[in-house]
Design a protein around this ligand. Sequence first.
Ligand code: UDP
Ligand code: MG
Length: 316
Amino acid sequence: MTTPKKELISIVLPVFNEEALIMNTIRMVNAFIKKRAEAYEIIFVDDGSTDHTAEKIRKAMTFHQEMRLIRFSRNFGHQLAITAGVRYANGDAVVVMDADLQDPPEVIGQMIDVWHHGADVVYGQRAQREGESWFKRLTAKAFYRILHQLTSIEIPIDTGDFRLMDRKVVSVLNRMNEQSPFVRGMVSWVGFKQVSVTYTRRPRQAGESKYPLSKMIRLALDGITSFSALPLKFANWAGGGLLFIAAGLTLSGTWGTVSNTQWLLVVDLLIGSLLLFSIGILGQYLSRIFEQSRARPRYVVEDTVGFPAIPKQRFV
Ligand code: UDP
Ligand code: MG
């Protein structure tokens, strides 16, 4: 008689210079998942840390058989670290979470329950964010709403990458070869049954955020350019609007009577900035096309530890 295959849960955690909290995270995640899963693996993706994060993970691996480590050759960014982790995962369900415990491990239990009830994606929606600056909260809130307006697919608001995905969703995701992936959008794009669980986002456990403003802007631009073509039409609308105003002014005769240079200057500046802004938008899309057309490997794996045999093509 064959014993039925145990259900395997993979947990993927991207880490970048998290030596201050990594041991605590390993302890907490292990403790929670042990209670909830028949079988599990915890995959850390070290995104080019320059501190002792990788050594600490390796050390902990001697006590935890279920831990795996993927080390990038340099910092490739949070979204690519998630992409790699998900690709290496073998689970029937794959959970992605931040390593700073802002995404509480106990919510994973809830996600597994919802998955057992038939959901294919269970995403964590932030009801509240604790311990983050007003600037971060405000910009995040604004971003999710702008993105929601711009895209035609349903990307849920106030939702980061903390989620559980069924194997069938992961298989599709693994076939999407975007150079600058915006993972949460790509998961929404895949479809199937997507259900939310709300949770309170906790303050970071230790250390500083690894997402400075520049990385946040990059992520926001990736999100918008990969999921909406509306900004490309901006120049059309703005140009049309200006033409309309100019025609109106000319016809009404106002144009002829107001002949002062200030007017000219204002109009000049307006048109100039509109043109530059439109070219800038084109540039954003063009740079994505350029990136995609070079088709370089998206990340480089220096080594992996703790995995069973891994097919070679997984390395990039
Ligand atoms: N992270 C990463 N690569 C980066 C930046 C961040 O792997 O280039 C990881 C980081 O270690 C953490 C997660 O991504 O586990 C989320 O980052 P962080 O907590 O700094 O972002 P925030 O919560 O401040 O938005
Ligand atoms: Mg964080």
